[in-house]
Write a protein that binds this ligand. Sequence first.
Ligand code: PAF
Length: 280
Amino acid sequence: MIVVDTIGELHAFLAEARAEGKSVGLVPTMGALHEGHASLVKRSVEDNGVTVVSVFVNPTQFNDKGDLERYPRTLDADCRLLEALGASCVFAPSVEEVYPEPDTRVFDFAPLDKVMEGIYRPGHFNGVAQIVSKLFTYVEPHRAYFGEKDFQQLAIIREMVRQLGLSLEIVGCPIVREDDGLALSSRNALLTPEQRHTALAISRTLFASVEYAKDHSLAETKQMVEQAIADTEGLELEYYEIVDGHTLQPVSSWDDTDYIVGCITVYCGKVRLIDNIKYK
Ligand code: PAF
């Protein structure tokens, strides 16, 4: 595995791989890697001749400066894990390498980016589209891998690929959870042991809501989740939306569509956690 920090070195590595007829998988990350990322890398290593993992904490997708500063950075440990997983190349550029001048591109993914994270993190998906489109240009992967935990991000990246007419395949991979249900996230590293215990109420409530939904209306189920989080000391609900999994627009009845997902964002102290659950 090689570790490079310039686009030139990345291109040199990819030119060799392509000359050998190898397919290229890309796993974009912001580092602080965990088993969730590992599942994406394993999948890419299985599917492709070479796997490039980008490790870059992208400033343009953070609308909160404190959040950007607090974001964990663990490149040495990340590289050790990636080597063990069989990644071929780690691309860990500086901010100046990626943004030699400010990126002024404005994307519009309406209606997908006008709900949920799009409301609470204005500009976030524009920043994600800026970095992911740059990574797609640098790497020109055959396939790129993203986790379903960031459900809205995955939908928006698929839409970006459609809008830009790119030919790569976007592979969505299932949420990876701890044995006790907590969805893996780089932000979990910021939780105290007590907060981590409190945060378990998020997945526990989502799982319970799937059972509850079997004999309750959608509005009652939404209310049940909101109440359970409100009743948990140490958690503050930002939103819980039950949406059409294709359009991300809120639905009002279980019969509205064939694909229904509940998406939640909760603050545990200062740590912002997201999760989601499929109802059908
Ligand atoms: O999901 C993430 O970690 C980031 O949003 C991504 C896709 C790596 C872009 O910075």
